[in-house]
Structures are given as C-alpha cells and as structure tokens.
Design a protein around this ligand. Structure first.
Ligand SMILES: Cc1cc2nc3c(=O)[nH]c(=O)nc-3n(C[C@H](O)[C@H](O)[C@H](O)COP(=O)(O)O)c2cc1C
Length: 324
C-alpha cells in the first residue's frame, strides 16, 4: 500500500465520498478513468458497530480497490473512535471523519456538519479518534456552519493538525448553503497558509481548468470532485493530463460514452440484480450521453426501460442510428 504522504504527491484528483454513488463499482469505474484516490460513501458508526449488513458491505474493500479511504460519521466521539478501529481493520488508505454533511437529519443530531457548531468539541473528537487508531486519520468538513462573520475553518485547520489529523478536505461552502451558491475557494488558501498537512479543495471543480485554477490559486494539495464525476467520470483523466502535461484532452468519443453506459449497466445488474441494478445507473447515464445527437430521446427511452437486455438494445440501436 502507498505510504500516506505519497498519496498527495502530484496533486491527486480525488473521487469525493457520495452516498449511493461511490460504491465499489463506481470507484473502480472512476479509478479506471484516472481517479488517483477514492473515498467510500459515509458509513454510520452505529450501523458499523452493530455489524449491520449495509455498513459491512460499504466497509469491505477488494484487494484492487486501492487507494481508497473509508469515511465514517457519527455524533459520539467514543463511538467514532470505536468505529475507526473497525474501519482500520478493512485496511483502507486512511480513515476519514465526515464533519461536513449538512442534511438536517444528520447535522441536527450533531453528526456531519453538526460538529461545526462546536469547533472545540470537534477538535477533541478528532484527537480521540487519532489517538485510538494507528492509521492516518483525516477530516472532511466545510468552511463553517454559517453565516458567521469569520469562518472557523482556518483556526480549525491549525487545531486539527495540532491533534494529529493528517489531512483536511474543505468543501468550500457553509453547512447552511447545502449544495447551493458558489464555493469560496479562498478559504483553502487561508488554511494552507497555517498548516503543513495536505489541504484538499472541494466544491465546484467541474473541469480540468477548474482543477488547475483551484490548485494555482490556493496551494491545495489536491482536488476532490463530486457531482461532476457522477455525469462525467472522464473528468479524472482530463484533470490528470492537464495537471501533468498541460494538455487538454479531447472529450470522450461517442463509442466511449456508449460503452461506459453498457459497462456500468452490466456491472450494476451483476451486482444488484434487475431491476435495481438498472435503476441505480439512471443518475449517471443521462450525463454519459449528454451532447450526443438525439441524446434526450435516448435518455427518455433508457429511463423507461427496467431490463438490462432492453437498455443494451436501445444503446445498440442508437449507435446504429448515429452511424447511418
Ligand atoms: C449524492 C451525493 C452524496 C453525497 N454523500 C456524501 C458523503 O457520503 N460524504 C461526504 O463527505 N460528502 C458527501 N457528499 C458531498 C460531496 O462529497 C461534496 O462535498 C459536494 O458534492 C461538493 O463537491 P462538488 O461540488 O464537486 O459536488 C455528497 C454529495 C452528493 C451530491
């Protein structure tokens, strides 16, 4: 396994943790397209400690699923520390603590971004988790709860580093903003100034140009990409090539786009069966084919089809129609 510090050499393009998206299947797909590092969907510490099936599944990492970090969330420091021990046994690249989820049913209970309401408690919690496991612990959070005059993130970054947190991902919005409004990357630049640990920038990185600008403007150690990866996982190879060689590679061809639809459908159905495996691909397929001639028609047809064979047939016929 790569040593922790090497993970952040060369400005990694990181697949963001996303519930119901970044499962083993999607991590593999994004890694094949250039993602340098992946993070699991967040795993509830209570489910994980009870050994519930869903949590166990999310925790299991295949031998070739590296480097992948496991993300956990919860509101009780002791339970987070216990869960981190269990997560450590799955041999991830590191354990990440979610301190950024804004969803009310999670944040209101003090988990996720709820920690930002009490930065002192958040630092103490991180200290406990760091002291309990032997592997590196990182934190993913937001710039503040909002709408503070002065965001706590810069001071938090310093204090997190002091208690042994090894890297910090900053989603550059407040918890109150949810996913709306523009991410303010300048907070990453301010955090980078006060710590030596890697600071990862997250929020609104949607292209290779964005990634380069984010790193150049802020000194971030890497970029974490969420929503854009759902519809355009090719972003990872585009970012990688642009950061490494300054080359803007061509967008994926029609064949590549349709092949990714097929690959994703086949893998998802193999994993989940029908029709669930088909349903689970729908949030991706529309993005994969966006921009193609008559894509909206194909999208509509795919969304009405519940079977793998039916979807594959639609894709074949569409390809034939484009070639005609
Ligand atoms: C569907 C979805 C699920 C998400 N689940 C998680 C999660 O499990 N853990 C987490 O830290 N953030 C989660 N997020 C937030 C993303 O990791 C990321 O911080 C956010 O989308 C901003 O990045 P972006 O602008 O690149 O999308 C989720 C976001 C989306 C859209």
């Amino acid at each position: 396994m790569k040593p922790f510090d090497e993970l952040f050499v060369g400005h990694p393009a990181i697949l963001a943790p996303m519930e119901d998206v970044t499962d083993a299947l999607y991590r593999k797909l994004c890694r094949n397209l250039g993602a340098d590092l992946c993070v699991t969907e967040f795993i509830n510490v209570e489910g994980l400690l009870r050994g519930c099936k869903k949590a166990k599944q999310k925790l299991t990492l295949a031998a070739d699923d590296q480097p992948t970090a496991i993300q956990i969330y919860g509101s009780d420091p002791g339970r987070l520390a216990e869960a981190a021990v269990v997560a450590e046994q799955a041999q991830p690249a590191f354990v990440d603590i979610n301190c950024g989820c804004w969803v009310p049913k999670i944040a209101r209970r003090g988990a996720g971004a709820g920690w930002l309401r009490d930065p002192v408690a958040m630092v103490e919690m991180a200290k406990l988790v760091v002291g309990t496991v032997s592997m590196p612990v990182t934190v993913k959070t937001r710039i503040g709860w909002g709408p503070e005059d002065q965001m706590p993130i810069v001071d938090l970054a310093r204090r997190m580093e002091d208690v042994g947190v090894r890297a910090l991902t900053i989603h550059c919005r407040t918890a109150k903003m949810g996913h709306s409004g523009a991410a303010d990357w300048s907070w990453v630049a301010r955090a980078v100034e006060v710590v030596d640990m890697p600071v990862i920038l997250n929020g609104d990185v949607k292209s290779a140009h964005d990634a380069k600008r984010a790193i150049d403007e802020t000194g971030a150690a890497g970029v974490m990409i969420g929503r854009r990866a759902i519809e355009h996982p090719w972003i990872f190879r585009e970012v990688r090539r642009f950061l490494d060689d300054g080359v803007l590679i061509d967008p994926p061809s029609v064949t590549e786009r349709l092949n990714l639809c097929r690959e994703h459908l086949v893998a998802s159905v193999a994993h989940r069966g029908e029709p669930r495996g088909v349903f689970c691909t729908r949030r991706h397929l529309g993005g994969y084919i966006r921009g193609l001639r008559r894509a909206s028609h194909l999208r509509q047809e795919l969304f009405q089809c519940d079977t793998l064979a039916g979807c594959l047939d639609l894709l074949d016929r569409f390809e034939g129609m484009l070639a005609a």
